[in-house]
Design a protein around this ligand. Structure first.
Ligand code: PLP
Length: 421
């Protein structure tokens, strides 16, 4: 790893030598009232807009204006199979095969659709294991699935907690939970990168462990997609879901992704909800045919999708393709390592990074606990031109992303934090 140094000169030199540095200019960076670029550290919440996105969406508006319904077949990028333009790059980013990958719906919707197929409780095996600090939407979703199947949403929920006084969940505790309750657990559903701590779980290890006890395994990778190498296929998970508006820079509420492992690709008998978009593509418009299940992840689609949103995703994926996901992950490691170095060099006992220090167990986000702090700290940071994220009771989350954040951004962020504390 780098020999990081203190001082602004080092940050500037890093930026000058950064082969990906010019990608920052391909994004709209939010500005303050005086037109000065803000230090944007919330790509984990809403990624910034690539400048090309407008053109990609405009193209579809034009085709709609000029062609009307014919745009489905005669548009520059015909809408009928528009989603196919996204599959390969998206699959590459999440480490899946194209047959395992689909862009559709929104994230929590996809989580429910996956549970329709992969949460098949029986009288004896009906519980769902989730990490205690899961994103609220995920917890609400799994609890509603428990109720939907007639189970108690407290008794049926097993929570993987961090040990008393610690922030990070550990695998020994997961193993103990599975040893004790394994034969009652139908589904293990974990946030691949925890939204609060930034911990990137070992997906393969979790999947292997849970499968050994006969449980289905799913991951919510909202904080992982476009941020870390998820290697979903190799993880062996049964399913995964993610959104495209965080690290994937595709715009607020944009369509989400789903992964269904190849071993389920041809199981037409697998329980699921269906619609005309899960029906054989070749015969979709022969409206009177009996239902003919599409194979692969495409077979989980229900509706004809939002093309304007897909255009934004296509734009963003083209930027990723240009930059190269491997190179982005390398820079991400460097940038976050630098961030960690600067925080540690402050030698301030009030600050504690709760994100793992192992680069393989995190992405770009660092979650910093600030002793005795309250939301006022976040307010002051915002006034100082830093867009960061505050989580009660005392954690500030910052995610320097390799596509549009610079070493200088990170330097300035830490300087401002230091001045406020
Ligand atoms: C961001 C996020 C969500 C948000 O769900 P939507 O359905 O897109 O509103 C859900 N789960 C996790 C883990 C998230 O990080």
């Amino acid at each position: 790893m780098s020999n990081y140094k203190l001082g602004l000169d080092f940050a500037k030199a890093q930026d000058r030598n950064d082969p990906l540095g010019h990608f920052r200019d391909q994004f709209h960076i939010p500005k303050d009232k005086n037109g000065k670029a803000l230090i944007y550290m919330t790509g984990n919440s809403l990624g910034l807009q690539p400048k090309i996105t407008k053109d990609y969406i405009h193209q579809e508006l034009e085709d709609w204006a000029n062609l009307g319904v014919e745009g489905h077949t005669d548009g520059k990028h015909p809408w009928l199979n528009y989603h196919e333009l996204l599959t390969e790059t998206m699959a590459h980013i999440v480490g899946a095969k194209p047959i395992e990958t689909i862009v559709m719906n929104s994230l929590t919707v996809n989580l429910h659709l996956m549970m329709v197929s992969f949460y098949q409780p029986t009288k004896k095996r009906y519980k769902i294991l989730i990490e205690a600090d899961a994103f609220p939407s995920d917890k609400y979703a799994v609890q509603s699935q428990l109720r939907h199947h007639g189970f108690d949403d407290q008794e049926g929920l097993i929570q993987w907690k961090a040990p008393e006084g610690e922030e990070l969940a550990n695998y020994e505790d997961l193993e103990t939970l599975l040893k004790t309750h394994g034969d009652e657990i139908a589904l293990v559903m974990i946030g691949g990168v925890n939204y609060y701590t930034g911990q990137f779980f070992d997906l393969k290890r979790i999947a292997k462990l849970a499968h050994a006890y006969g449980c289905m395994v799913g991951f919510d990778c909202a904080h992982g997609a476009g941020n870390v190498k998820l290697n979903l296929h190799d993880s062996g998970a049964d399913f995964a879901v993610w959104c495209s508006y965080k690290y994937l820079n595709s715009g607020p509420g944009s369509l989400a992704g789903a992964f269904i492992h190849e071993r389920h690709a041809h199981k037409k008998e697998l329980n699921r909800f269906t619609g005309w978009w899960s029906h054989n593509k070749e015969k979709r418009f022969k409206m009177r045919d009996d239902f003919d299940q599409l194979t692969g992840a495409e077979g989980w689609q229900l509706s004809n999708p939002t093309i304007l949103s897909m255009a934004a995703i296509r734009a963003s994926l083209d930027v990723f393709k240009d930059a190269g996901f491997d190179r982005l992950c390398e820079k991400s490691n460097e940038l976050t390592g630098y961030f960690e170095f600067l925080i540690n060099e402050l030698n301030n006992s009030e600050l504690k990074i709760i994100t793992p220090s192992d680069p393989n167990a995190r992405g770009c986000q660092l979650s910093i606990q600030v002793k005795n702090a309250n939301k006022n700290l976040h307010k002051k940071l915002t006034e100082a031109g830093v867009i960061s994220d505050w989580r009660e009771p005392d954690v500030i989350r910052c995610a320097p992303t390799p596509l549009y954040n610079s070493f200088e951004d990170v330097f300035n962020l830490v300087e401002r934090l230091k001045n406020i504390i």
